[in-house]
Design a binder for this molecule. Structure first.
Ligand SMILES: Nc1ncnc2c1ncn2[C@@H]1O[C@H](COP(=O)(O)OP(=O)(O)OP(=O)(O)O)[C@@H](O)[C@H]1O
Ligand SMILES: [Mg+2]
Length: 367
């Protein structure tokens, strides 16, 4: 998968222009606040995901501009393709000239992985970010998963609205209990699909992530991933749905008192152990950074196995924080992929890398 050319207008601080990267390593360097991350973000949006900085669509439009327009020419599935994104309040997207119903539908056409310092929150903070990581990664593998996620959130919102209404009302009437049965079924069925997909994904990711972590730590440390759920992920979706149903039924009283659903797939988490202890609680800064990199590079390897071509790697401000042997390991690992690396000043390792160097200054990108 390769970006051939990105054209941008009215996007963040970037001056209208074109960017033609090479097929290998592209180094974007410049002082702080010049537009390096903005450029990665512009390319990243073509994966169908939201901004990796968590920005709202409207924040991507240049101050004072009415809209942002991005178009990307890329090679994927052995053919030249083109996608365009127009951002006003929300994104409008075309792929090879055809309008798509939502930006998320781009998922699977152009695939990438991104690592930015903000992703350290993946290991440092609460489970929500880890669920989002797994869900987003799985969406790129199986674009239809977007629908399963939407269905779960709808079922959860409906069950929660019902619980909020009946909170403090004491015993449920027969009619209310029947209604809650229905919400339980909906949530259990939708939740089973999530639990199955996520645990399956992590089982496949585990050996790849362990391998990268092993390489980053020069064989000194071991990383182990596992998907943590209140139910076992063994068996079929119907088996898992039955287990969720039991859990929901058992939690009914608690849920009615709380006014929301206290169990379900929205409470699952990815456990990351390094040398048998939780990296979130006990990991050093370097171990936490390596764990996130291992997750991201493994995500890319898995995408590559499935799509049979390497995704584009976006490494925002990563190299400067790693020692030379880790930088070398990463560059070797992604050999043959198209990579975008941002930094303030290219390190010796990066300068020695065959590739293209671009300077970014006040929103202008030049060779
Ligand atoms: N919607 C917008 N319109 C105009 N400018 C914006 C908009 N959003 C962000 N900017 C500006 O873009 C500038 C560059 O941001 P960017 O994050 O790309 O910098 P950077 O080169 O990656 O810097 P650093 O090395 O500090 O990470 C910032 O100064 C920011 O104020
Ligand atoms: Mg930046």
């Amino acid at each position: 998968m390769f970006v051939r050319e990105l054209t941008y207008q009215g996007f963040r601080n970037l001056h209208p222009g074109q960017f033609e990267p090479c097929e290998g390593v592209n180094i974007l360097y410049g002082e702080n606040a010049q537009g390096k991350t903005n450029l990665l973000e512009a390319c990243w949006l073509f994966t169908g995901s939201r901004s990796f900085r968590g920005s709202k669509d409207s924040e991507l439009v240049q101050f004072g501009a009415e809209q942002a327009r991005l178009s990307l020419q890329f090679t994927a599935a052995a053919r030249e393709q083109e996608a365009a994104i127009t951002i006003r309040q929300r994104r409008q997207v075309t792929l090879n000239g055809v309008s798509l119903p939502s930006a998320a539908r781009l998922a699977g056409s152009f695939c990438g992985v991104v690592f930015s310092p903000a992703h350290l929150s993946l290991v440092k903070e609460g489970p929500e970010g880890r669920r989002r990581f797994v869900d987003a990664a799985y969406c790129q593998l199986k674009p239809g998963y977007v629908g399963a996620l939407a269905e779960y959130h709808k079922a959860l919102a409906q069950r929660n609205a019902f619980l909020k209404d009946t909170k403090d009302s004491g015993r449920l009437t027969d009619e209310q209990a029947k209604l809650l049965d229905l919400w339980d079924y909906a949530l259990a069925a939708a939740g089973a699909r999530l639990t199955l997909a996520r645990s399956h994904y992590i089982r496949n990711l585990q050996p790849l992530a362990a391998d990268v972590y092993n390489g980053l730590s020069a064989g000194r440390e071991q990383m182990v991933l596992s998907w943590q759920s209140a139910v076992s992920a063994e068996g079929s979706a119907a088996d898992i749905a039955n287990r969720w149903l039991e859990q929901l039924y058992a939690a009914r009283r608690t849920d009615i008192a709380a006014g929301f659903s206290t169990v379900g797939a929205h409470r699952e988490d990815l456990q990351i152990l390094v040398d048998d202890v939780a990296v979130k609680t006990f990991g050093s800064q370097g171990q936490q950074r390596s764990a996130v990199l291992a997750l991201k590079l493994a995500e890319a390897s898995l995408l590559q196995q499935v799509t049979k071509e390497p995704p584009v790697a976006f490494l925002d401000d990563v190299m400067s924080e790693l020692d030379v042997s880790r930088q070398d390991y990463i560059l070797n690992h992604i050999d043959g992929w198209q990579v975008f690396i941002t930094c303030c000043e290219p390190s010796a390792t990066l300068r020695a890398t065959a590739g293209q160097v671009f300077s970014v200054k006040q929103g202008v990108i030049s060779k």
